[in-house]
Design a protein around this ligand. Structure first.
Ligand code: TXA
Ligand code: MG
Length: 309
């Protein structure tokens, strides 16, 4: 697929917003050095200003110019970049990245996306792209352009890159020192994959919303009510199933993976939730998903989607 990116590049250079593909989910992006642009992102997404935004870079040199990278952070960066890892790094005083992006905190989430369109865009501009997921705050992320709400499409130019490769957001990691690291958000890279690369570092899975403000509160949620780990489906519920079992819906059933493959399930996850959310149901019943590997990320998203707040 050959896509003309000139318009998207001009829009970025003019301080306006684009919706663009990454290997995880679609992003709503703009110039990370432009305060007005970042304010537009917060406003359009209805995102609280205390919830920091990830910065996307073309390569590690550009990150090194702006941030300090500690040895264990390098280990992770060398293994997973470009890819679905976000490292929280300390900004250098000389950096032009606007501080509003991290609520004036010097620690900023950074990643290099592994998507050709995203990298082509980044290679044509001389600033990083600030981009949260392309959805209204607390709603479902988007893995296809068709998932994106009208209000975002009206206010940002979109580049269609087809279906996202992984379908779950990046894993957010903060390396504290050689001995300690924190996972602030589970994602497309599993805890086990991280542990393998930094085996002598203790890794905490942090669930504290003050450390990672995008966590804990209701998030990643469809409009309909959801019930998780179900052993039966109500008359008025659609069903998000996994593997083989006797669960049945009278309205609509979609199976994340008949073969219980967690990678396949991750790729289908948001797409199926978007479809079920639009079905003629009162709620969505969700089958049990094993709590291992990517299943931990899926369960993390479902717990937040199901939370009452
Ligand atoms: O895969 C992804 O990460 C996608 C694509 C577009 O890159 N982006 C994404 O961004 O999911 P967003 O804004 O929807 O989620 C970013 C998460 C939030 O939970 C936020 O609180 C956390 O990362 N985060 C970002 N910067 C942070 C920082 N400086 N300190 C702590 N947590 C941070
Ligand atoms: Mg998000």
């Amino acid at each position: 697929m050959k896509i003309n990116l000139d318009k998207a590049i001009n829009i970025l250079k003019n301080g306006e917003l684009i919706i663009f593909p990454t290997e995880t989910v679609y992003g709503l992006g703009g110039d990370a050095t432009n305060k007005k642009t970042i304010k537009k992102i917060y406003k359009l997404k209805k995102r609280p200003i205390i919830n920091p935004i990830i910065c996307h870079f073309k390569n590690i040199n550009q990150i090194e110019k702006n941030f300090l990278i500690t040895p264990r952070a390098y280990d992770l960066a060398n293994k997973f970049w470009p890819g679905p890892l976000t490292l929280i790094l300390e900004k250098k005083d000389s950096s032009h990245i606007n501080s509003i992006l991290s609520n004036n905190n010097k620690f900023v989430g950074c990643r290099i996306p592994n998507n050709q369109i995203a990298l082509n865009l980044l290679n044509e501009i001389d600033f990083p792209i600030a981009a949260p997921s392309a959805n209204i705050s607390s709603k479902l992320s988007s893995t296809r352009i068709s998932h994106i709400s009208d209000i975002l499409l009206k206010n940002a130019y979109f580049v269609d890159g087809g279906e996202s490769l992984y379908g779950l957001e990046s894993t957010v990691v903060k390396v504290i020192d050689d001995k300690n690291a924190q996972i602030l958000r589970l994602g497309s890279i599993t805890l086990e994959q991280i542990k393998k690369i930094i085996p002598n570092t203790k890794i905490d899975n942090v669930k504290n919303s003050l450390v990672s403000p995008g966590q804990l509160t209701k998030h990643y949620s469809p409009n309909k009510n959801i019930r998780i780990n179900v052993d039966y489906v109500k008359e008025d519920e659609s069903l998000l199933n996994f593997g083989s079992n006797d669960l049945k819906s009278k309205i609509l059933e979609l199976n994340l993976s008949h073969d219980s493959n967690l990678e396949e399930a991750s790729k289908n996850f948001y797409n199926f939730l978007h479809i079920l959310d639009k079905s003629n149901c009162k709620g969505i019943a969700i089958a049990n998903i094993p709590n291992e590997g990517l299943g931990k990320t899926l369960n993390d998203r479902l717990m937040r989607a199901a939370s009452i707040e």
